[in-house]
Design a protein around this ligand. Sequence first.
Ligand SMILES: CC(C)(COP(=O)(O)OP(=O)(O)OC[C@H]1O[C@@H](n2cnc3c(N)ncnc32)[C@H](O)[C@@H]1OP(=O)(O)O)[C@@H](O)C(=O)NCCC(=O)NCCS
Length: 220
Amino acid sequence: MTHISTSVTVRQATRGDAEPLVAVLTEAFFDGPVADWLVPDHRDRQIVYRRYFELVFNHGLDNGHVDTTADLSAVAIWYPRAEPRRGDSREYQVALEAATGTYAPKFALLDAVFEAFHPSEPHHYLAYVAVQPEQQRRGVGAALLDHHHRQLDALGMPAYLEASNLRNRELYVRLGYRAGPPLILPTTGPTIWRMWRGQPDAARPAAFPESRLLPRRRSL
Ligand SMILES: CC(C)(COP(=O)(O)OP(=O)(O)OC[C@H]1O[C@@H](n2cnc3c(N)ncnc32)[C@H](O)[C@@H]1OP(=O)(O)O)[C@@H](O)C(=O)NCCC(=O)NCCS
């Protein structure tokens, strides 16, 4: 049975909560098969994850709904999705590439795979949930999700998420989700160098053009 802590107070996060909640996201997601795949080098991961989750947190505040606990030890980022997405803004794509650098193709690929298998019927999408590592296994994550699930139940609204490991999957099953077929990500691949030959201009060396990243899913 799922233990849902009753001592957890949930409130909506604000921009002032960014520093502690970006730290919670960075630390909670730091280990695991997805992190190993996205940014194998641990030193790079520290830098890339902090920048990436800063972007993710602000994007959630601007475009979705972000819950946290009174002690700022947990965060959940939800996106109401009334209809299929048409892709992210150009601005977001540029910010993603700036935040993740050479790892951008993997972040974009992960998002594209998730988006391709996303349900089309209206639902709320749980893009991220994280609990500070020292506070895990105390029912905080379940309480945070339960808070939003109650609102969804009152609206008759389904919820959807991708579980990143078997333990998480069990938690979500206990909270009422049903598991679908798994998504298996490509594991390795060669490095490809993008090359650009701009119009010759002796006074100004040709800048590398902006790229069009694959569509992203963690937003609306
Ligand atoms: C998943 C997560 C949000 C759950 O929050 P929590 O407060 O630890 O969860 P609860 O105490 O309410 O429930 C515990 C259950 O969560 C699941 N869980 C998954 N990973 C866990 C972890 N590293 N530590 C503790 N519980 C974890 C298990 O099912 C666990 O039950 P069990 O102890 O019987 O195996 C939290 O563990 C976390 O932040 N993990 C890292 C980030 C992550 O994986 N986010 C979800 C992506 S799908």
